[in-house]
Design a protein around this ligand. Structure first.
Ligand SMILES: NC(=O)c1ccc[n+]([C@@H]2O[C@H](COP(=O)([O-])OP(=O)(O)OC[C@H]3O[C@@H](n4cnc5c(N)ncnc54)[C@H](OP(=O)(O)O)[C@@H]3O)[C@@H](O)[C@H]2O)c1
Length: 428
C-alpha cells in the first residue's frame, strides 16, 4: 500500500493526543483511505520535557526547519498555536516547499488564511483547518462540500465551549463567574490563560473563518467583539425570570451585500434550540437557500474532538482530495463592504444599577424616548438597605446606535452606580 509521510509539530494538549491516536489507528485509517499515514517526524520545543509517552529517537527533531527541508515529508501538522511566530513561519515555509498543511490554529488562519491560501494554491497543495473551528463538529467540510449548492445568508452559533460551560454552569448551579472559571480550568476545559475564551476573540476568529467560507469571500477583519466577563449572577437570574438564557454567540450575515460580523453575549428564548446547548458543546446554525436551516452540534474542543477533525483533514489529503483551502480560487473570492453593528436593529436587555431616589426613572425614560427607544418591559428591584435599585428594561426593537447613545448619556448621570449593561436579544 502507498505511504504518505507526516510530520507533527507541537506535542502539547492536542499534539500528544493526536500522535498517540495516529499510532494506534494507522491501519484503520489506511483501510479507509488506501494510503498508510506514516509519521516520520515529531517536533516540539523542549526535548527534555516529560511527555508520558515514548518518542522513537529517529523521529524526534528539535528544529522544524529539518522537516521543511526534507523532501520525503508530504504533510505537516501544525499544533504549536499562536497567531504568528513559529506557527506562521512553519506553515508559510511548508506550503512554499510543496507540503500539505493541516492545522488546528484558528487565530493564525483568521489572521493569515488568505495569504496562506494563495501560497497553497500556487504550490498545488492543501491547507486544511477543520480542527480550527468547533473541534469535532465538521462544520468546515459541511460548508465546502455538503452545503455546496447553497447561497448562505447567515451563520451563527455557540462557537466556544469554555464560555458556554461557564454560562450554563452559572445558570444551573447558581455559581459565581470566578468559581465556575476555576472549575472549568480544573476540568481542563479552560486554558491556564483563558483570556481569548472569555473576551470573545476565540469566537471572533471562528466567525471570520466561517464567514469567508460561507460567503465565498476574503477574510473580513472587521468584527464587533464583546466577551462574557461582565455577565454576573444577577443578569443570569433576571434573564431566567424573563424567559431567556444568556449565551455567547458569534454571528456573520450578509445584508444588502454588506457583511456583518459580531460576537456578544445574547439573550435567547428558553424554548429555542440554541438555549438547550449546554456545557462544552458547540452548535452552528446555517441559513441557506435552498436548504433552509441546517444545524450541526457536538464537542467543540479538547484533544479527542480536535483529533477527530485533524484525522478528517489528513484522510482527505490521503484520498487525494486536493482543493482550494477556502473552496474556490483566491482570485474568485469576493470582497464585501462591512456593515457596522450600530446600524442593526435589536430588542435589548438593559440593566441600570442606580441610587434609589425620586425622579431617576422618569429621567431614564425621557432619555430613551429622545433616541426613539421604546420600553417593552420594566422591572425595578430595590435593595432597600443600600438605598439602591436595579432597573431592568426590555426594549422594543431599536437601532443599536440609538441604544448606545442613550446608554452613553445615562452612564454619566450621578445616580448611576455601575456601568450600564446592554445584552442584545436574538429571536431567530
Ligand atoms: N486545547 C484545545 O482544546 C484546542 C482545541 C482546538 C484547537 N486548538 C488549537 O490547537 C493548537 C495547539 O493547542 P494546544 O492546546 O495543544 O497547545 P499547547 O498545549 O500549548 O502545545 C503547544 C506545543 O507547541 C510546541 N512548540 C512551541 N513552540 C514551538 C516551536 N518553536 N517549535 C516546535 N514546537 C513548539 C510546544 O512544545 P513543548 O511541549 O516542548 O513546550 C507544545 O508541545 C492551537 O492552535 C490551539 O488553538 C486547541
Amino acid at each position: 500500500m502507498k505511504k504518505c509521510n507526516i510530520a507533527i509539530v507541537g506535542l502539547g494538549t492536542i499534539g500528544a493526543y493526536f500522535y498517540n491516536f495516529m499510532n494506534k489507528n494507522k491501519f484503520i485509517i489506511a483501510k479507509k483511505t488506501n494510503v498508510v499515514p506514516n509519521i516520520i517526524y515529531v517536533c516540539a520545543k523542549n526535548k527534555n520535557k516529560n511527555r508520558l509517552f515514548k518518542i522513537p529517537k529517529n523521529k524526534w527533531v528539535s528544529n522544524y526547519n529539518t522537516i521543511i527541508k526534507d523532501k520525503r515529508v508530504d504533510i505537516v501538522v501544525e499544533l504549536i498555536g499562536g497567531s504568528g511566530g513559529a506557527a506562521k513561519d512553519l506553515i508559510s515555509k511548508s506550503l512554499s516547499n510543496k507540503k500539505h498543511v493541516v492545522t488546528a490554529n484558528k487565530a493564525l488562519i483568521a489572521k493569515h488564511g488568505d495569504k496562506f491560501s494563495k501560497i497553497a494554491e500556487i504550490n498545488k497543495v492543501n491547507l486544511e483547518f477543520e480542527a480550527a473551528v468547533c473541534g469535532g463538529v465538521p462544520v468546515i467540510r459541511s460548508i465546502k462540500e455538503g452545503l455546496i449548492a447553497n447561497k448562505i445568508q447567515k451563520i451563527y452559533g455557540i462557537l466556544n465551549g469554555t464560555s458556554n460551560y461557564i454560562l450554563s454552569s452559572m445558570d444551573k448551579n447558581q455559581l459565581i463567574f470566578s468559581e465556575v472559571l476555576k472549575k472549568a480550568q480544573k476540568l481542563g476545559y479552560a486554558e491556564s490563560n483563558p483570556v481569548s475564551d472569555l473576551n470573545g476573540s476565540d469566537v471572533a476568529s471562528k466567525v471570520q473563518i466561517l464567514a469567508a467560507l460561507s460567503f465565498n469571500s476574503l477574510i473580513n477583519k472587521n468584527i464587533h467583539i464583546e466577551g462574557i466577563k461582565d455577565i454576573d449572577m444577577n443578569d443570569i437570574i433576571n434573564a431566567n425570570k424573563l424567559g431567556y438564557k444568556i449565551k455567547l454567540l458569534g454571528f456573520s450575515e450578509l445584508i444588502n451585500n454588506k457583511i456583518y460580523q459580531r460576537v456578544h453575549p445574547t439573550l435567547i428564548k428558553k424554548s429555542s434550540y440554541i438555549a438547550s446547548i449546554d456545557g462544552v458543546l458547540n452548535a452552528v446554525i446555517i441559513n441557506g437557500l435552498p436548504v433552509g436551516q441546517s444545524v450541526i452540534q457536538g464537542e467543540g474542543a479538547g484533544p479527542s474532538a480536535t483529533t477527530s477533525a485533524l484525522v478528517s483533514d489528513i484522510s482527505s489529503i490521503l484520498r487525494g482530495n486536493i482543493k482550494y483551502p477556502f473552496a474556490t480560487s483566491a482570485k474568485k473570492r469576493k470582497r464585501f463592504l462591512t456593515g457596522n453593528i450600530s446600524s442593526l436593529i435589536f430588542s435589548s436587555y438593559i440593566r441600570l444599577d442606580v441610587t434609589d431616589k425620586h425622579g431617576v426613572l422618569s429621567d431614564i425614560t425621557k432619555i430613551f424616548s429622545k433616541f426613539k427607544v421604546s420600553i417593552k418591559r420594566l422591572i425595578q428591584n430595590p435593595y432597600k438597605l443600600k438605598n439602591q435599585s436595579s432597573i431592568i428594561i426590555i426594549t422594543h426593537k431599536a437601532k443599536d446606535l440609538s441604544l448606545q447613545k442613550s446608554l452613553k448619556i445615562i452612564s454619566k448621570k450621578n445616580y448611576i452606580i455601575k456601568k450600564p449593561k446592554l445584552i442584545r436579544i436574538e429571536n431567530s
